[in-house]
Write a protein of this length. Structure first.
Length: 209
């Protein structure tokens, strides 16, 4: 399925309902959006068709992220579900999310790639989707750090280990995302959202991208 609006060359961004979970989510291209892969919602327990291409640079970043999530889920499914396996699951999740966010930020630093064909304009829907994903996964990362600290089983939601204030008991390293990092992250996100409102006032706050 090609999620590109053929009238103006802009990749479609729209709200959909996941038929398998009932959750509403925004989707972008073929690979952006919770549960949205290869241009459709993926049934639980199935892998998407990795042969389906991506629509543009942001969609390519989302595809890499989807594949990383599939790989870590496969590793978890094949594991013994030990405490180390739980730690590996959350560390892999944090690493995949961090890689995606770095890709989005690199894309932003390069003015969001090439302009739309024939217009010379930045694809504002790509900007919206990129900033939204970056913001959402920044907040998700804070929750996942807590999941790692508590060794929360991703299947049962049960914490297998009380929080250690001295850091990760498996690696001996301090926990990522300390209070200074959290404050900086939140401040960075707020700055990016404010700049988005300045650059795209016709889209900000409309609920429609």
């Amino acid at each position: 399925m090609n999620e590109t609006n053929q009238l103006n060359g802009v990749i479609s961004v729209q709200w959909r309902i996941n038929p398998y979970t009932g959750e509403p989510t925004w989707t972008y291209g073929n690979w952006g959006g919770k549960g949205w892969s290869a241009g459709q919602f993926t049934p639980p327990g199935q892998e998407p068709n990795w042969d389906v291409g991506s629509n543009g640079p942001l969609d390519a970043i989302f595809k890499v992220h989807d594949k990383a999530y599939q790989d870590l889920q496969n590793a978890w499914n094949a594991s013994a579900k030990s405490k180390q396996d739980i730690a590996d699951y959350w560390n892999s999740t944090l690493a995949a999310d961090s890689q995606m966010r770095r890709g989005i930020q690199d894309l932003e630093d390069n003015d969001w790639g090439n302009p739309r064909p024939g217009t010379g304009l930045t694809d504002d829907r790509m900007v919206v989707a990129g900033i939204q994903a970056d913001r959402l996964f920044a907040l998700k990362g804070l929750r996942d750090i807590e999941n790692l600290k508590n060794l929360k089983n991703p299947d049962t939601g049960k914490s297998e280990n009380p929080v250690s204030p001295n850091g990760d008991p498996h690696s001996g390293l301090p926990w990522p995302g300390g209070i200074d990092d959290t404050t900086c992250e939140t401040g960075t996100q707020a700055t990016r959202v404010r700049q988005f409102i300045v650059d795209f006032p016709h889209l900000a706050g409309t609920g429609s991208i």
